[in-house]
Write a protein that binds this ligand. Sequence first.
Ligand SMILES: CC(C)(COP(=O)(O)OP(=O)(O)OC[C@H]1O[C@@H](n2cnc3c(N)ncnc32)[C@H](O)[C@@H]1OP(=O)(O)O)[C@@H](O)C(=O)NCCC(=O)NCCS
Length: 161
Amino acid sequence: MTDLTIRAREPSDAAAIAALMNLPGVRHGTLRVPFVTKSFVETWATGPTNTFLLAVRHDTIIGVTVLMQGRDRTAHTGSILLFVHDAHINTGVGTALLTEVLTLADTVHGLRRVSLTVNADNHGAIHLYRKFGFETEGILRGDVLRDGVFIDSITMARLRF
Ligand SMILES: CC(C)(COP(=O)(O)OP(=O)(O)OC[C@H]1O[C@@H](n2cnc3c(N)ncnc32)[C@H](O)[C@@H]1OP(=O)(O)O)[C@@H](O)C(=O)NCCC(=O)NCCS
């Protein structure tokens, strides 16, 4: 995808990332709560073992992924977050971000296990994760309160032992 760039996050990106996290589709698919602020994003997921990648199209941030690496005896593991701008879903942005973040997980951090949690009715996301080798490990019943309803989520992992 020629008009898509993947780059690192800069401190000046906080407001644009907050705007992305406040979109209805992103909120529906993730655990994000309404009214995310710039100051929340400035400290969110900024730990020393976290890798934050952004997808940018025409100077606009349209996708985010975060790889959070474990520590000590779980240093070979990581978990990921992923979301794409409502107006840009199904255009390959998630594929581009996952490709990049899993390449880093495999070839830079040497991770053997990458996991994630996804709402059980998020069929597009589950389809994408399966394409990248994630397999279902379990169902978390009533795990998420979304729009006043408790829904199930699914834990998935991609192993490289
Ligand atoms: C889930 C998400 C990250 C995927 O990103 P994306 O940029 O839309 O993904 P891509 O365009 O690279 O690929 C989407 C794939 O899902 C498929 N898909 C879309 N809707 C689908 C559905 N309802 N059922 C099955 N597959 C579906 C597409 O056909 C495509 O598969 P293909 O490449 O084999 O044709 C994005 O839709 C998103 O951010 N949604 C809102 C937030 C969210 O749900 N985040 C995930 C939290 S775990």
